[in-house]
Design a protein around this ligand. Structure first.
Ligand code: N0T
Length: 527
């Protein structure tokens, strides 16, 4: 009886990605969890590097570390497994009270198999690579060979079995299966094996999902056929790896995407073709039902393009999660764009003190200041991450990070109310049209870093959290508007604790969210 009970409790408490009426939550220990994440640099997956990681996690006020686990390190010799790094990581994560997202660097790591063991990546005959249309062999493994899939799957299952044995308290809350799958400089594999498959009928379920007409891949999908074919076969492969892993331990599993242009057509030869780019999300969704979410890696400094990407990946059938975003200050404001779209988590890439920086994708240097550019946002949410995740799962939320044009924006809060965000003003009055004349510009505003999120608590009550933004609420229906009450407070054990009322200068020029961590509960009214 004891065993049955404890295993039932264990199963109940397994992390899980849940969906309700198109809203999403990552359940951890039975309740929604907001990932305030940091991803360590690529070669951080050895005990020698961990001392460079934890101080950055702490300084960032992060609650989750995303860390690679490489196939080459857990199975250096075929069939002989070594989980010493995983064990050390789990021990230190617990000691630091930080959750983990493990990144499975297997068959694909940014398209290539460099993280696969030498017995894999140096054996072309047994584990064939992609041959492109010009007949060139690429350093990307082909998804069409059973031997490769079985080898990767076996190692991944061994990892999940190990976690099941050693991670009873679920420090690991999610697993990323592979990393930025797809192939550069080849739309698909053109080897004889691939050609044979390509000339067969396209799978009926895919034809149906894409509303195409049955036939060979070319007949069904025309000029998209090559990319759809590669995406389908990679997604099926990844799905089989994930499904086998879940049979060992049913953790939430996601894949990340190296993006293609969010607006314009881009030749798949120039990006990671076959990976889950926005144009093939439905192919991936059909092919990989064991994958709980498809997540964009953001290295684009244009705010309109970032927002477009978030709109593409945040869907009723796909939880929005940003497992990588550049480490520069300019990327940090997008935290509010993600939370405003009901996102479950966010993680700047390469925030550790190893001395490496992936500039120009991210910051020129990663130091205490770089980390603080994210910490100013995380520290507001760290004490209320659980509450935010629950509120976001159950209620409507809106949000925006300061756009590149830095202009005011008005959000419609359902039918009755609006919220206008402006940036760069002083806390009282307006700089542009002040009766006091010209004022000095707000200092330290070279890089846009403002933003806020709003959650609806009841018809006329809202929660507001933000950074360096002025928020003016108003009526969407031209009613005579007023702020009935603005409370500053905080959450404690899930309960709202009142600290004070804002009024007078604190509300007369809009609600000014500064660099201080402040949480407001606002009641709107008309008179
Ligand atoms: C990322 C990272 C790491 C608009 C790069 C980004 C990480 C991998 N790849 O530091 O290698 O493991 O997921 C690819 C960015 C493509 C360029 C996009 C330009």
């Amino acid at each position: 009886a004891t065993i049955a009970m404890s295993s039932a409790a264990w199963a109940r408490d397994l992390p899980q990605l849940v969906e309700k009426e198109g809203r999403h939550a990552l359940m951890v220990d039975g309740a929604p969890f907001l990932i305030l994440g940091v991803q360590a640099n690529n070669s951080a997956n050895y005990p020698s590097q961990l001392p460079t990681v934890w101080p950055a996690i702490k300084a960032a006020h992060a609650n989750t570390l995303e860390m690679p686990v490489a196939w080459e390190q857990i199975e250096p010799i075929e069939g002989e497994f070594d989980f010493s790094f995983v064990d050390e990581l789990l021990k230190q994560a617990r000691a630091n009270d930080v959750r983990l997202v493990l990144l499975w660097f297997g068959t694909w790591k940014n398209n290539n198999p460099d993280y696969a063991p030498e017995w894999v990546k140096l054996n072309n005959a047994r584990f064939p690579r992609v041959i492109n249309a010009k007949g060139e062999m690429k350093n990307s493994l082909s998804p069409h060979f059973r031997a490769t899939l079985e080898a990767d799957k076996r190692a991944f299952v061994a990892l999940l079995q190990h976690l099941k044995a050693v991670d009873q308290d679920h420090s690991v809350i999610m697993v990323q299966v592979e990393n930025e799958t797809g192939t550069y400089s080849a739309v698909r594999d053109f080897s004889p094996t691939a050609q044979r498959l390509f000339n067969q009928p396209a799978p009926a379920e895919l034809v149906k999902a894409m509303r195409a007409k049955p036939g060979t891949w070319r007949e069904a999908f025309g000029k998209e056929a090559d990319e759809y074919f590669h995406a389908w076969h990679i997604a099926r492969y990844v799905d089989e790896v994930a499904a086998a892993g879940k049979r060992a331990l049913a953790l939430p599993m996601y894949v990340n995407a190296a993006l293609r242009d969010p607006f314009k057509y881009q030749d798949p030869f120039t990006y990671s073709s076959g990976g889950p780019t926005w144009n093939v999300l439905d192919v991936w969704k059909t092919a990989a039902p064991s994958i709980d979410a498809i997540a964009p890696d953001i290295y684009d400094r244009d705010s309109a393009r970032v927002r477009k990407t978030l709109d593409q990946y945040g869907r009723a059938d796909n939880a929005l999660f940003v497992p990588e975003i550049g480490s520069d200050k300019g990327y940090a404001r997008h935290f509010y764009d993600v939370l405003g779209r009901q996102g479950i988590g966010f993680a700047p890439f390469g925030l550790d003190y190893s001395g490496f920086s992936n500039y120009p994708l991210g910051a020129r240097v990663v130091n205490a200041q770089t980390v603080d550019n994210f910490a100013v946002h995380y520290r507001q949410f760290a004490p209320m991450a659980r509450e935010w995740a629950r509120i976001s799962f159950e209620n409507k939320v809106w949000g925006a990070g300061e756009a590149d044009d830095r202009r005011p924006e008005t959000l419609q809060l359902g039918g009755r109310w609006t919220a206008t965000f402006t940036y760069g003003e002083w806390q009282m009055g307006t700089v542009g049209d002040s009766w006091l004349g010209k004022a000095d510009p707000v200092p330290d505003r070279a890089v846009p870093d403002g933003g806020a999120v709003i959650a609806q608590l009841s018809a006329n009550e809202f929660l507001l959290v933000g950074h360096r933004v002025r928020v003016r609420f108003g009526s969407a229906k031209d009613e005579r508007f007023m702020l009935a009450r603005v409370e500053e407070g905080h959450f404690q054990d899930g309960r709202w604790i009142f600290d004070r009322v804002w009024n007078g200068d604190q509300t007369g020029s809009g609600l000014n969210l500064t660099t201080l961590p402040q949480v407001l509960k606002i009641k709107l009214a008309s008179y």
